[in-house]
Design a protein around this ligand. Structure first.
Ligand code: SAH
Length: 530
């Protein structure tokens, strides 16, 4: 007689293959873990059942082998596929101990990776790795290594046994490993109780997944860098270069083919020097491009480049250029609308490293529309390690530090959060604020009571000497700056503070480990479009 090892799929009867159903129909005895035999009893009521609770696998397999050897057609059932973290392997091993082993046949089933993947959309559309977080039978160090290497290889990860009561923090630990290689915004998903009562799925970021509590009936998906969120679905494009040019058209191909096919544009979200350089590159190479900047100041950054200058043609160019440069802070849905309107086929996010919200919105909008998106990373300078340099996580932190200390303060952290400094009792006297020469910005500062000599509005960059002059003129004791890049004039402030004896209070960027591609890589991608 034969022992069939049958994968019954995720749970519901329709999820079983016809072959599995026929085998179960024909056998006399069905053996399995209580939960799975329970799922079958309604459908095959006349069979003889033998169930054991979890963790008695060896006993269960031996018993099934014995029944088959004794001449009873027997099926040993497993959820999903019997060969995937199932009992098929164990049965083969144990059969080696028997004097006369029965014939063993494995009947494949739909594994949780596929059935859960189908509920989520298409998370496994490209290379992926399945890893079980259960350390019952595997050394935790091996699990950690496998997570690391799969993450390093930018594969989608599908995690089985993400956690249980005893191992509640396994998923969190796994996320921490993966976060060393992948953005916290990586699209992730989970599928719980697939094909069973209480079936539920969800899509969330890697950052959120880290805090998410799962159980042993859940399968978890962690996207690769190309995985997208398309509406309510998690999708890993089939080819890394597959792009969707418009809202309703899908076309696989290289960026170049795509560009030719749709006469679309590259969209750059700028406001930084990186954005300007990319914009210039596109224009020089004849790549159709539009730039979106949040503020009028960002717009001027674009204009401060050395362009071709010549009479009438220059006027025409100017007009065309204005049409390509859009100023104003966009919401996520406005971004989506702009991408649709311009038929964007590639989006480059070169916004300021502090503009976390913009970055998140750009990524989400691209995800919804299925447009490839690259974040342009900016290398941040590490502040000097001196007693006169203090680092904080937030402006609130700086303010509470300054509350109990005397001395004038030079604020270079922008107008948006300026109101936070008003928590200082004598702020109108102590603050010297330097902002961009923008009417709205100036009005906002004045609205807070920062006026006269306490307010300077001027576009940088500021040299070390200018900073020194400023510090001396206003007897500045404290210089508050964000940890912005070299472009943000950080070093000039740091050096000026050091030379005048002022203390430098640095607000560290929250998401310190910036992910994304460098300027050089972005230019290489644009090169492909020529
Ligand atoms: N042989 C099974 C896997 C057994 S390992 C298969 O091929 O699907 C057990 C793990 O599989 C669970 O911890 C969970 O991560 C996943 N899993 C199995 N069935 C599931 C279901 N119905 N819903 C969600 N996850 C499931």
């Amino acid at each position: 007689m034969c022992l069939y090892i049958v994968g019954i799929g995720p749970g519901k009867p329709e999820g079983m293959t016809l072959e599995a159903e026929a085998v179960l129909e024909n056998c006399e005895i069905i053996v399995g873990y209580t939960v799975y035999t329970g799922l079958l009893k309604d459908r095959f009521p006349e069979k003889e059942y033998y169930s054991t609770p979890m963790k008695q696998e060896i006993e269960r397999c031996r018993w099934a082998l014995r029944q088959a050897a004794d001449g009873k057609e027997t099926a040993l059932v497993c959820s999903g596929d019997a060969g995937i973290y199932g009992l098929a392997g164990l049965v083969f091993q144990l059969s080696g101990e028997m004097e006369e082993s029965p014939e063993i046949r494995v009947i494949p089933g739909v594994t949780a990776a596929s059935s859960g993947g189908a509920l989520l959309g298409a998370p496994l559309g490209h290379d992926f790795a399945v890893i079980s977080l259960s350390d019952l039978l595997t050394d935790p160090a091996v699990i950690a290594d496998r997570l690391r290497f799969a993450a390093k290889g930018d594969m989608v990860l599908c995690l089985y046994n993400p956690s249980s009561k005893k191992r509640a923090d396994h998923l969190k630990a796994a996320c921490d490993i993966i976060l060393a290689y992948r953005s916290p915004e990586t699209v992730c998903g989970y599928a719980k109780n697939i094909g069973r009562e209480g079936e539920v799925t969800g899509i969330l970021s890697l950052r959120e997944l880290r805090e998410f509590q799962t159980d042993m009936f859940t399968t978890v998906y962690i996207g690769s860098s190309s995985t997208l969120r398309v509406g309510d679905h998690m999708v890993t494009p089939r080819g890394y270069r597959m792009v969707r040019p418009g809202p309703c058209e899908t076309k696989a191909g290289t960026l170049q083919e795509n560009r030719a096919a749709v006469s679309g544009r590259v969209i750059i979200f700028g406001g930084t020097t990186e954005g300007r350089l990319l914009y210039e590159h596109c224009r020089e190479q004849g790549i159709p491009v539009s730039v979106y900047v949040a503020t009028a100041y960002g717009c001027r950054i674009l204009e401060s480049r050395d362009g071709p200058e010549s009479g009438a043609e220059n006027k025409r160019n100017e007009k065309a250029e204005q049409e390509r440069i859009h100023t104003g802070r966009l919401t996520r849905s406005e971004m989506e609308a702009a991408m649709r309107r311009e038929r964007a086929f590639l989006v480059l996010d070169a916004t300021h490293p502090f503009a976390l919200e913009a970055t998140e919105n750009i990524r989400a909008a691209c995800g919804t529309l299925g447009i490839p998106c690259h974040r342009i990373r900016r290398e941040l300078p590490e502040p000097d390690d001196t007693p006169e340099t203090l680092c904080f996580d937030s402006i609130e932190g700086v303010v509470s530090y300054l509350k109990n200390r005397e001395g004038n303060i030079l604020v270079t952290t922008g107008s948006k959060d300026l109101f936070l400094y008003t928590a200082l009792p004598d702020y109108q006297k102590r603050l010297y604020v330097r902002v961009l020469p923008d009417v709205e910005t100036i009005a906002a500062c004045m609205g807070l009571g920062i006026t006269g000599r306490h307010l300077s509005a001027m576009q940088g960059p500021f040299s070390e000497e200018m900073n020194i002059g400023y510090i001396r003129e206003f007897s500045i004791r404290w210089v508050v700056t964000k940890q912005s890049g070299a472009v943000g004039g950080f070093y000039e402030k740091q050096n000026a503070a050091r030379r005048t004896g002022a203390a430098l209070l640095v607000i560290r960027k929250k998401n310190k480990k910036e992910t994304g591609i460098g300027l050089k890589e972005a230019i290489e991608i644009l090169e492909e479009l020529k």
